[in-house]
Write a protein that binds this ligand. Structure first.
Ligand code: GLC
Length: 565
């Protein structure tokens, strides 16, 4: 496998709206990001991914684009963007942007034209179909719930939308539409962006639209995920996208690949002729989502992550992540309030030291938690609101719906970044567009910069350890203690070196015992508790959420091994 810059890099996702406001209008913006670049550099970040910053009516906070070549005025101007890019490059970092090409906003000029009349030249840029007996063309349910079809009174046809009705899907069968998209991508590449996170890309190809889903009792629209996800034939478009746009520059690409299984992943990211450098997998996210209904088993996390490590070994490259703008905060899912520092650092070590490129989502590095919202009016996220309406209509009691939302809403990840303990957590001098988490006085960047034992300083150390030791970048992965219910431990091996990462993902002590490798204090690199300086241990008790990272020479290990034989 090749050694490449983006494999060695650490990525950081910025949700622009909630990161830093420079104007006092309560909304994060590009200049706000510029003012925090030194913070990111100091943390050890190499590549910044920003959520959509294009012109948009903001039904889905920028994931509904109405002009691909301009900036949302609330975020700044194109000149601000160029300045951001320049400032990122001056600091020897890179910037990637979010490419939303499965759909546009319904206010994009293409869609305005498309819906203006049936024979408009842009009509087929989107997916239109006639209804059947005054009803939708099929009974498919979309990703945000409800039908995938919306009726247009003017032209008396339905258009297809996987997400909200304000996000009509582009018709990838249309070659002219595709050329426009490639043009746009090349336009950004010419401006010097360093790559893309490609949104919802596994959905661009749809199955035959006439195929109804089998009727499910009590459901008007039926989950049709497989009809619009990774559908056979998608590679024709993906390959073209790569050839006509992505392949032209030395950039990095990460596809958001909902529904792509681990078995299919090598096709998407294999180093020889895959489409993207990495994909974001959903198996782990689906597991996280199930936490609204039952407790997550650590064994499942171990199984899923290890499977992705093994399948991609020597073939492709993993994107390592545990948070993003669509999932609740990891400490609220897997961690513990009482052990906030310990759990945040333990979970960090768990995923960060695996083989792949680690991504950090803003605020994760200080252990930001889910936000408590009392009423549906306080929510912003379109998906959460649609979920609420559907469930209330189905007769689910309000308290139950609110409880599920509290655990699962995407808004949990979108509260403003907590910079300090001043007004609005230092995010804005105005009125923030969305509630600031009330715990900001305790959990914030400024406090943690001062505290050598903080979560933030743990991240910094972990990042520099990864940077200084190639074993954490290129080393082969092997899970140990496979059946342990709370300890997630693995080794990484590379050119005569071995590292071992041990994480007790539970609130109670756990006995670590692994005879094959004797661990010595002098091999200890990082942990979140003080440890005994005993020599050569193969067994010790891990405290709640304790993590330890060691590095040793394989030769040392071999001799220990022989002695044990
Ligand atoms: C992706 C984005 C999400 C957005 C959706 C529709 O999943 O991460 O935030 O709502 O695509 O664009």
């Amino acid at each position: 496998m090749k050694q490449l810059w983006w494999k060695e890099a650490v990525f950081y996702e910025i949700y622009v709206r909630s990161f830093m406001d420079s104007t006092g209008d309560g909304i994060g913006d590009l200049k706000g990001i510029i003012s925090k670049l030194d913070y990111l550099k100091d943390l050890g970040i190499d590549v910044i991914w920003i959520s959509p910053m294009y012109r948009s009516p903001n039904c889905d906070n920028g994931y509904d684009i109405s002009d691909y070549r301009d900036i949302l005025p609330e975020f700044g101007t194109l000149d601000d963007f160029y300045d951001l890019l320049k400032q990122v490059h001056v600091r020897d970092m890179k910037l990637i942007i979010d490419l939303v090409i499965n759909h546009t906003s319904d206010l994009h000029p293409w869609f305005i034209e498309s819906r203006s009349c049936r024979n408009n030249s842009k009509r087929n840029f989107y997916i239109w179909k006639q209804g059947i007996k005054n009803k939708e063309p099929n009974n498919w349910k979309g990703i945000f719930g409800g039908s995938v079809w919306e009726y247009d009174r003017n032209t008396k046809e339905y258009y297809f939308h996987l997400f909200s009705k304000n996000q009509p899907d582009l018709n990838w069968e249309n070659g002219k539409m595709r050329e426009e998209i490639y043009d746009m991508i090349n336009w950004w590449l010419e401006r010097g962006v360093d790559g893309f996170r490609i949104d919802a890309i596994s959905h661009i190809k749809k199955d035959v639209l006439d195929k109804k889903m089998p009727y499910v009792k009590g459901e008007r629209y039926v989950d049709a995920f497989e009809r619009y996800t990774n559908v056979q034939g998608i590679f024709y478009y993906l390959k073209e996208l790569k050839e006509k746009a992505l392949n032209k520059y030395d950039i990095v690409t990460v596809g958001e690949a909902n529904g792509v299984t681990v078995e299919q992943a090598p096709l998407w990211v294999n180093e020889k002729d895959g489409i993207f450098n990495m994909i974001f997998q959903f198996e782990l996210l689906d597991l996280f989502e199930s936490q609204s209904y039952h407790k997550i088993s650590i064994l499942d996390i171990k199984r899923i992550l290890s499977k992705w490590q093994k399948v991609l070994e020597n073939k492709g490259w993993n994107a390592l992540f545990i948070e993003n703008h669509d999932v609740p905060r990891i400490v609220s899912i897997l961690g513990d309030n009482e052990y906030l520092r310990e759990s945040a650092t333990c979970i960090a070590a768990m995923y960060f030291m695996m083989k792949g490129t680690p991504f950090i989502y803003q605020g994760q590095e200080i252990g930001m938690t889910n936000i408590k919202l009392e009423d549906i009016e306080e929510y912003n996220d379109i998906k959460s609101k649609e979920f609420y309406c559907t469930k209330i209509k189905e007769g689910v009691p309000k308290e139950k719906v609110m409880k599920i939302l509290g655990l699962s809403s995407r808004d949990n990840a979108r509260s403003p970044m907590q910079w300090n303990d001043k007004k609005n957590a230092g995010f804005t001098t105005g009125i923030p567009w969305f509630s600031v988490n009330e715990n900001y006085k305790k959990i914030n960047v400024e406090n943690q910069l001062k505290d050598s034992k903080s979560i933030l300083n743990f991240y910094k150390k972990m990042i520099s350890i990864r940077r200084e030791n190639k074993v954490f970048i290129y080393g082969n992965y092997k899970m140990i203690l496979k059946d342990h219910m709370s300890i997630f431990a693995y080794t990484r091996t590379f050119k005569g070196e071995k590292a071992i990462v041990i994480c007790n993902l539970s609130v109670v002590n756990a006995l670590y015992r692994y005879d094959t490798i004797k661990l010595n204090y002098s091999n200890f690199l990082l942990g979140n508790y003080p440890i005994d300086k005993e020599k050569y241990a193969t067994e010790f008790v891990l405290k709640p959420y304790e993590t330890r990272i060691y590095k040793l020479n394989c030769l040392e290990e071999d001799s220990v091994w022989k002695k044990n034989m």
